[in-house]
Structure formats: structure tokens, C-alpha cells
Write a protein that binds this ligand. Structure first.
Ligand code: DAH
Length: 337
């Protein structure tokens, strides 16, 4: 009985097999006869009920049948052509996976956040203000009289209602003084707008960071100490600075702060136009009129203020030659950071 079943197995397989059958049907067929619960296995299960002699004989036969079936299936596989493979149902688990694209923060956001962390560690707060400003906060309260060239229509985007897009982050000084009074230590990052043509170093929208520290007996020494500290932290090395006299209506005295060129260390190179220094920011001691406008008594308090371009700082740190890259939204550029 078992012997017949075994011998029939080969014919059954050959009957079931159809040339050109799909891969899936072929694997099913193979499994049906040779699988762990397949036809051959079922027959083999009965083997143990046989007498020893018979067991030997049938066992041998079963082995031969198994070999024959296996070689039948492997022969068929050899003639297998790609046409039989239904690709939609095939998953090649050995293929390397597809990498998902991962985004990251914009370099401006990254450096801004780094600066915020540095100033917070120095006891400053981070303050925000509106981009659509009034003439009062952007100019008048900052001691910029109506005849000052900065109020020229050429430099400022005005709205029809007589408001404007802030031309600098300095108006946040006044808003914060009104809100918090003295003493006060803040930075205020933000986008500012200028009505001017763009080129490699100018854009009509760019980023500034304003700084303000008001307390009793604040002097230029405090300005220098804080500036050296945050610049060394952001550039991750000791920086040297120098002050030159500079005019800004909202500070007195006012200065331009230069950084010793980080590339040539003051020797002179193309980045610093052979001067050894790079212009970095405007700063000074807050003008008494500005303190008054903010509701702070200049007889009791004094302060320093500074303002610098974040885009410029980022260009210096990463060696970017054109400011327009930063806001271009060009993925190829941004992927480098
Ligand atoms: N607001 C100035 C500008 O946009 C920069 C500036 C200069 C800010 C001197 C200050 C300062 O706070 O003290 O050019």
C-alpha cells in the first residue's frame, strides 16, 4: 500500500505540474509534495507502524522518491525564465533599504538658537517684536529725527496706512523697556527689511540680533566683556575685538566693533580686504533720550546696546560668499549644513 502510494507520487507531481505555471503556483506545488506537512511527509508518518524489514525497504524507496522529486523540482527551476516571475508579488528581502530623506534646521535658525542659548546662559532674556512697525518705534523713540537720512523713503518699505516694515531690531529695545523697566538684559533676534537692491552682500530682507543691557553704572567695559564672551562662544575660539567711533542716533558714544579676522588672525587676507579686521556690529551706550522714551530715568540707569547682522555672522562662520544663498530656499545649498 505504502509502496504504491510512494510510486504514484512521482506521477501525481508530473500530472500537477504545468509548464509555464506562475512562480507562486510552482512554489505551492513544491510545498504540497515536499513541504513539512506535504504528501511525502504524510506517507512517511505511517512508516513507524511497519515491521522492521518492511520499514527498511519502504524507507529506502521513500528516500529515492524524495531525491527524484527534489531533482524534478530543481530541474524545473533551472529552466525557469524571468517571465515566470510575477514581480509584483516578489519581495527581495536582501536588497538594501531605501534611505528616507531627513530634514534639518536652517543654518540661520541653528546659529540663532545657539546664540540664544549663549545669551540665556549669561542671564539675558530673548525678546520678540512686530515686523510691521510704527514710525514711532522704528525711528522717533530711537532718537532718529525726521530729517535723518535713515528715514529716507529709499531705505524703508512703508505701508499705505503710514506704518513700515522695521528696518532694524532696535525698536524692540523701546518696547521691552516699556514692558519690563530697568534693570534689563535682553537680546532680540528678527528679520528686518530695507528698500534696496540685492547683491552678494545685501538683501532686502535679512536677520539681525539686537542686544541691550540696562542697569546701574553700566559702562563700555561691560559692553566689551559681554561681546568678547559671546563671540568667543559662537566662534568656538578666543576672538579679539576693537572699537572705532561710529555714529548711531540711539547711542552716545557710538562705536563700530571690528573682529580680528578669523581666517588670517590679523595678518591681512582677501576675506578682510588685507586690513586684518572685519566690521562686525554697531554698538554704544544707550542715548539718554532713548532711555527716556522707554520710561527709564537716565540719571539712575545707563546701558549698552548693540545690533549685528546674523546673516553676516553665518557667512563668516561657514565661509559663504553670497548672502542671497541663505534665503534662496535652494535645497542643494541647504543640504550642506
Ligand atoms: N540698528 C542698527 C542698524 O540696523 C544697528 C545698531 C547699531 C544697533 C548700534 C544698536 C547700536 O543697538 O547700538 O544698522
Amino acid at each position: 500500500m505504502l509502496k504504491d502510494k510512494l510510486l504514484q507520487l512521482i506521477n501525481k507531481v508530473k500530472d500537477d505540474f504545468q509548464p509555464g505555471m506562475s512562480a507562486e503556483d510552482f512554489w505551492t506545488l513544491e510545498k504540497k509534495y515536499l513541504g513539512r506537512k506535504g504528501e511525502l511527509a504524510k506517507i512517511m508518518k505511517n512508516l513507524k507502524e511497519l515491521a522492521t524489514e518492511e520499514k527498511k525497504e519502504i524507507g529506502l524507496l521513500a528516500n529515492n522518491v524524495k531525491n527524484e522529486l527534489e531533482s524534478f523540482f530543481s530541474e524545473q527551476k533551472k529552466t525557469w525564465s524571468d517571465d515566470n516571475v510575477d514581480e509584483s508579488s516578489e519581495v527581495d528581502l536582501t536588497l538594501p533599504g531605501e534611505k528616507t530623506q531627513q530634514g534639518h534646521l536652517h543654518p540661520i535658525t541653528k546659529v540663532q538658537q545657539e546664540l540664544e542659548d549663549i545669551f540665556i546662559s549669561l542671564g539675558f532674556i530673548v525678546e520678540d517684536g512686530p515686523e510691521l512697525e510704527s514710525e514711532y518705534y522704528n525711528f522717533d523713540a530711537l532718537n532718529i529725527p525726521f530729517y535723518h537720512p535713515a528715514r529716507d523713503i529709499q531705505d524703508t518699505f512703508f505701508t499705505e496706512e503710514g506704518n513700515l516694515l522695521r528696518t532694524h531690531t532696535s525698536p524692540i529695545q523701546i518696547r521691552a523697556m516699556e514692558k519690563y523697566g530697568a534693570p534689563l538684559k535682553l537680546i532680540a533676534p528678527g528679520v528686518v527689511y530695507r528698500y534696496e537692491a540685492s547683491d552678494a552682500s545685501h538683501n532686502s530682507a535679512f536677520h539681525q540680533i539686537e542686544g541691550l543691557m540696562i542697569d546701574k553704572e553700566i559702562s563700555i567695559a561691560n559692553l566689551i566683556a559681554i561681546s568678547k564672551e559671546f563671540l568667543s562662544l559662537i566662534f568656538k575660539k578666543e576672538v579679539e575685538i576693537r572699537l572705532r567711533p561710529g555714529f548711531f542716533p540711539f547711542v552716545e558714544p557710538g562705536f563700530e566693533m571690528d573682529l580680528k579676522c578669523l581666517l588670517c588672525n590679523g595678518k591681512g587676507c582677501s576675506a578682510c580686504k588685507q586690513s586684518g579686521y572685519i566690521e562686525f556690529m554697531g554698538c554704544g551706550l544707550v542715548h539718554p533720550n532713548v532711555l527716556k522714551a522707554g520710561g527709564i530715568d537716565p540719571k539712575e540707569y545707563s546701558g549698552f546696546a548693540f545690533g549685528f547682522g546674523l546673516d553676516r555672522l553665518i557667512m563668516m562662520r561657514y565661509g559663504i560668499e553670497d548672502i542671497r544663498h541663505l534665503l534662496s530656499g535652494d535645497i542643494r545649498f541647504l543640504k550642506q549644513f
